[in-house]
Design a binder for this molecule. Structure first.
Ligand SMILES: Cc1cc2nc3c(=O)[nH]c(=O)nc-3n(C[C@H](O)[C@H](O)[C@H](O)COP(=O)(O)O)c2cc1C
Length: 182
């Protein structure tokens, strides 16, 4: 677990109007370039149901290539020690896993599998990555665990994930996406 310094006002950009305008301009800039790289939106896991609806609608209407769910949380999950809970900033790592996976599953439902979701938050094993995929992620991102464990984390996650997919009869990650999201 670690704490991320929050950019002042960053989360205000997730409001419906602000986000629509931001994405309109970002898409315009992207489409004007020769390379046209994919454009992803990364959201905080601290959204109300209404905010999630708005974000899903605006992101899909803007033609964004995918959504990363998500960033650190400004809430304080119960598993973190009291002295650390008092500090400022966004919580990352293991304590973030449950919240970010719940929000990912909800976002998968709201976007009806129409845009790729990148699961992020508290992943440190193949089982964690698998849970994100079953909740609706087509890809996963790791941050804190990579800092604590180093680059060998990636082949370990790949090995563990491959074993879990095989155990459950999936021939690929693609087949497993969203299958745990009843
Ligand atoms: C110190 C720190 C700095 C971060 N900076 C960024 C950033 O600049 N851009 C970004 O999209 N996410 C940033 N993040 C969020 C991470 O990319 C990631 O979404 C979050 O930590 C949850 O994943 P994890 O539990 O694997 O760490 C930062 C996180 C931490 C802890």
């Amino acid at each position: 677990m670690s704490l991320s310094p929050n950019t002042p006002g960053l989360r205000d950009l997730q409001g419906r109007e602000q986000l629509a305008e931001l994405l309109r301009r970002a898409m315009e800039a992207r489409n004007a370039g020769a390379k046209k790289p994919p454009l992803f939106v990364k959201i905080a896991p601290d959204q109300t149901e209404e905010q999630m609806h708005n974000i899903a609608e605006v992101v899909m209407a803007a033609g964004i290539d995918g959504m990363i769910v998500g960033n650190t949380t400004v809430t304080r999950p119960p598993s973190i020690p009291e002295d650390i809970a008092k500090e400022q900033g966004g919580v990352s790592g293991k304590p973030l896993f449950e919240l970010s996976t719940r929000i990912l599953a909800r976002m998968y439902k709201l976007t009806q599998g129409k845009i790729p979701l990148i699961g992020c938050g508290g992943i440190s094993s193949g089982a964690d990555a698998y849970a994100k995929i079953r909740a609706g992620a087509s890809l996963v991102q790791v941050y804190s665990a990579l800092i604590f464990e180093g680059p060998l984390l990636i082949p370990r996650i790949n090995r563990e994930l491959a074993a879990l997919l095989k155990r459950d009869g999936f021939a690929s990650v693609k087949e497993a996406v969203g299958t745990g999201n009843a």
